[in-house]
Each structure stands twice: as C-alpha cells, then as structure tokens.
Design a protein around this ligand. Structure first.
Ligand code: SF4
Length: 464
C-alpha cells in the first residue's frame, strides 16, 4: 500500500515552495504520496514560519492535535521543519516529546536520510528498549546552503506557472526580524543551475516563472566563467528561454532595487508590470529604528524611476504598524506614503516582538487598541486603493495566463493578469496554459470577471 504524507504549511511563499520540494524529495526517495487528510497519513510534517506572532502557539496546538492521532497510531511519524524548528531546535521536545524529527529550512533536502534514521531508531528501540537506545529521535538544523540547492529533485511542472528558488537567507538583519538567524545569510544558487531549471520547466509547458528568495534582488549568482550575475542579468537570460512569457520575482528589498533592475523593466517585456516591494513604513525615524537601510525619499525615487519606464505598473507592499515608539505623526507619514504611491493589495501586520531580535528590547508603550485601530485604518485604505485599481481595469483588454478551471464555477476558466488579479471567464479547457486576451467586465473585491476575446493561436490565425 502506498504510504501517505501530509504537510501543514505556515507562512510565506518560500515556505509553500519548500513544502512542495519536501513532497518532491520524499515522493522520489520513499514513494510517499501527498494527502489532504492528516488522519490517513503515515507521516505528518509541519513547515513552520516564525515571522508572525504566535508562531510557537500555532505549532504546538497543531502538534497537540497530531499527538492524539499518534496515540491511536503509534507508527505515525511526526516531523517539524522550517524557521521555528531552526530557532527552537531541541527545545521543541520539551513541549512535544513525541516529535520524531526536527529539521531546518536548509536541511529539508536531507529528509530522506532523516526519515531512514528515524525508522532505524524505531527498530532499535523495539529491540533494546527506549532507555537503552543511543538515540530516540533526530534533529538536523544546520545551514548547508550549497548542499540544499544541489540536492533538489528534477524540476516538475505542475501547470503553466512555476516557482524557482534562486537564493536563500538574508543578511539585512532588520531589527524586528528572525529570518537571518533562522535561514542564515544570503546565499545565491548558481546562474547556470537556475537557467537549466527554467529551461526544463519551459520544455514541460511552463509559461510563467516566479523567482523566489527572501531577498530575491540580492541575487548574486556565479556564472560558468566566474563572473557574478545580478537579478537583472538573470532575468534577461530567462526571458530569452523559449516558451517563457512572463517573469515575476518575490520578495524584493528596496535597498537592493538597483538601477540595472529598473532598466530591465525597459528592456524585458516578459517582466510583468507588477512589483511587490516591501517598504514596511513611511516614517524615516521608524525605518531607521527598523534598520531598513533606506529613507522614504530613496524609496519614492526608485518608484518614480520605475514608473517613468512602466507608467502602468501596479505596486504592492508589506507594512508593519505599531512598531515600538511609533507616534501619531509617524503613522500619518505612513498613510501619506500609501496614498502617494497608490499601493495595491498588500500585507499588513501589527508589530510583534520576536525573541532574540534587537527590537524586542525597545520599550513599547503603545496600547494594543491604538495598534489595532491604526491597522484597520491602513487596511481600509489599501482595500479602497486596490478596488480603485480593479475598477480602473473595467473595459480594459488584458492578457491573462490561463492557469486552470475557475474555483468559483467549474464551467469557467481562471487566469491571472500581469498585476496578479484572478480573472474568471467562459472558455474552452484547451486554453489552459495559454496566454489569452480578455475584456474585463466586472471588478469584485478579490477577483475580476471577463469575456474572452481570442486565444494566442486565434490571434496568429487572424494575423496570418
Ligand atoms: S530584509 Fe529584513 S525583514 Fe526581510 S528577511 Fe531580511 S531581515 Fe527579515
């Protein structure tokens, strides 16, 4: 019988990507099949994220639920991976001694070996008893970055879009963030490896790649001649790969948003007119306390340059409200920046103390009520702006990549615009994987409706 794997993922896109790689490596090594049902699984993995508040609480309540399953089925194996695993290490066993393995974001490629080790330990425990066994569980939270990229399984396309990890870690050390401690310093994958992976994905039908990294525009990949390529150069080469029609990248840092990257927007039409650029705040005083490494003016100047090249570009961001010491005036500056840039749908959070970070020691006398009020003002504004952008698209002819069947209506197709909006429209299933032109007919809060104009192949026939 096929053994089943269930993975619970918390957090960001990097974690989603890592979870699908975990499924790939274990599928290849142990023929494990992914399941949506933890109760029917033989192995339960949780991929944690420590960026947001209550990460540990979320983890331990998840583990508590799984422990009940383990009591019913003692052969069930439980593993904890990701940033909380890296941060907490063997302390996880104090609260959850029934966890069989702990691995970090940089050691997920070693999962097959870790799993074998756990199984060997179990057999030994059965023979000699837990007390006499030299080990009763395994942990590997080291940072072997090079190895991680070298041991990824062959890329497998799962539809017309694909994530490609090009760098890992972060060396920015913002005062509120744990990523540099949990994922290690920035490390870029080799240029040739990335190009090869994208070319293979393109051959398998991928039309859009999303280049991933905690600080993706800090990419500095070694080329075969020893030169170092930045993200802009990598994008130019990827755009030249047959079949690749759209390029996205996530997540960027404003301080690394170089002129060469801005120029790429002028020269590479495959680079979508959408940018997620986390500014975090709109007050220089708060940005300095966060140690973000740029001022509001510098951020605005980069956006101005970019908009000169792509006036229609949609920009989204991340915001933290209620950073320790944030005054009414700081918050007003943040709101001014939001209005001035006209940010689209964005991620926004109330600051939460991460143990071991410098900001955790800054006195914080702002009440929770004020923080919540600021967050809701900000989110209402962002929602308003996002709706304005969507309504502004009414009647537009948009090129969308058809990703599959609509989740709302199985008789419709679902595509995505360059500016990351889901569009539902009537069309033939054969269009999945193609870029088609649609006319936007309705703007809803989280999606658009449209009518299909014609597919790329029709377009070619028309112009022939
Ligand atoms: S840039 Fe700052 S916020 Fe982003 S991952 Fe690095 S340290 Fe964290």
């Amino acid at each position: 019988m096929t053994r089943k794997l269930y993975i619970k993922t918390f957090g960001c896109q990097m974690n989603e990507y890592d979870s699908s790689r975990m499924a790939d490596v274990l599928g290849e090594s142990h023929r494990l099949e992914l399941t949506d049902d933890p109760e029917s699984a033989d192995i339960l993995l949780v991929n944690t994220c420590s960026i947001r508040e209550k990460a540990e609480e979320k983890l331990f309540s998840q583990l508590g639920r799984w422990n009940k399953l383990k009591k019913k089925n003692p052969d069930l194996l439980i593993g904890v991976g990701g940033c909380v695993a890296s941060q907490e290490g063997d302390a996880i066993w104090k609260r959850a001694p029934y966890v069989d393995m702990i691995f970090g974001p940089q050691t997920m490629h070693r999962l097959p070996n870790l799993l074998d080790e756990v199984k060997a330990i179990k057999i030994q425990i059965e023979k000699v008893g837990r007390k006499n066994a030299p080990k009763d569980r395994v942990i590997d939270i080291s940072f072997p970055e090079i190895e991680k990229f070298d041991n990824l399984p062959e890329p497998k396309a799962e539809g017309p879009t694909a994530f490609v990890s090009i760098m890992e870690g972060c060396s920015k050390y913002c005062t509120y963030c744990v990523v540099p401690y949990t994922r290690g310093e920035e490390f870029s994958r080799s240029f040739d490896d990335v190009i090869t992976e994208v070319a293979e994905l393109a051959q398998q039908g991928v039309r859009e790649v999303n280049l991933l990294g905690q600080n993706v525009n800090a990419y500095r990949g070694e080329m075969h001649d020893g030169n170092i390529a930045d993200l802009a150069l990598l994008i130019r080469y990827i755009a030249a790969i047959d079949g690749i029609e759209r390029i996205r990248f996530t997540t960027s840092h404003p301080a690394e948003f170089s002129d060469s990257l801005i120029e790429a927007y002028a020269e590479v039409p495959e680079l979508v007119s959408f940018l997620h650029l986390p500014v975090q705040h709109g007050s220089d005083r708060v940005l300095a306390a966060m140690k973000r490494g740029y001022t509001v003016l510098e951020f605005k100047s980069k956006i101005r340059k970019l908009r000169k090249i792509r006036p229609d570009i949609t920009i989204s961001s991340d915001f933290i409200v209620g950073f320790p010491g944030e005054t009414d005036e700081d918050f007003a500056r943040l709101m001014d920046l939001i209005a001035e840039i006209g940010f689209d749908h964005s991620y926004s959070f109330i600051y939460s103390k991460r143990p071991g970070t410098p900001a955790a020691n800054i006195p914080d006398d702002l009440s929770e009520a004020v923080k919540k009020q600021r967050l809701s003002i900000l989110q209402a504004r962002i929602h308003q702006q996002a709706m304005k952008i969507s309504r502004g698209m009414l009647g537009n002819i948009e090129r969308v990549l058809v990703e599959g069947i609509s989740k709302k209506d199985s008789g419709q197709l679902m595509g995505r615009t360059e500016n990351n909006r889901i569009v539902n429209f009537d069309g033939d299933k054969e269009l999945i994987g193609q870029l088609v032109n649609v006319r936007i007919t309705e703007a809803l809060p989280n999606s658009l409706r449209a009518e299909l104009l014609h597919s790329d192949s029709d377009q070619q026939k028309l112009s022939a």
